[in-house]
Design a protein around this ligand. Structure first.
Ligand code: 218
Length: 191
């Protein structure tokens, strides 16, 4: 196996583990059972922006897997199909953020700051949206019975999941905006 495939694999394992640990550590910062203003998706976005969609998806998958095998997912696991959707499909989809990698790399190399931050934003919103679309659908189908009296499952899932989506997306964007001076060194992996 060549060095070029070993390196992203090692980073996938490392960054998925960091995401899992951040998830544990930031839990007390939650504003409610599912509403957390947290930057824990950042390691997966880093993977996607560094190595592309496949590495990001593998990292998300492993992060979901770690939650399931350590029992962290227990409170969010209702049935096998729902659990599979929300912990394997949803987390893998964060990797879609890596679609912007080629154009993002070019913007960084050309030192186009506005373009760079725009592609980062598109990637983060896309990956976060793809993940939360699954949580929204799962919310309507599987979590509807938790809705307050008189509230439809559609509205309930929209409120719960859009607030988490917005909180996590904005938190991730803040991290990348703060790191904007270092994006070249952080995200460009070839010479
Ligand atoms: C309305 C509703 N409530 C709960 C869930 C479950 N859910 C939502 C977001 C994220 C996750 C994964 C753990 O962070 C889970 C299990 C839902 N989809 N909808």
């Amino acid at each position: 196996m060549s060095k070029t495939t070993v390196r992203p694999m090692i980073e996938v394992a490392l960054l998925a583990t960091i995401a899992y640990i951040l998830d544990l550590v930031t839990q007390p910062l939650s504003l409610g059972p599912w509403i957390s203003l947290s930057f824990k998706m950042v390691p997966i976005f880093l993977l996607s922006f560094r190595w592309g969609v496949r590495a990001g998806a593998m990292g998300g998958f492993i992060w979901g897997l770690l939650q399931v095998v350590t029992g962290e997912a227990a409170g969010g696991w209702l049935t096998p199909i729902q659990g599979f959707l929300e912990y394997f499909v949803a987390f893998s989809l964060i990797g879609l953020s890596g679609i912007v990698k080629p154009t993002l790399d070019k913007a960084i190399r050309d030192k186009k700051r506005v373009q760079t931050l725009t592609y980062i934003t598109v990637g983060v919103v896309l990956g976060g949206f793809a993940r939360y679309l699954i949580h929204y659908i799962a919310g309507v189908i599987f979590w509807g019975s938790y809705a307050p009296e008189g509230q439809s499952a559609y509205l309930y899932s929209l409120i719960v999941n859009s607030s988490s989506f917005i909180g996590e997306t904005i938190a991730s964007l803040i991290v990348f905006f703060i790191l904007q001076e270092f994006l070249g060194r952080l995200l460009i992996t070839e010479q």
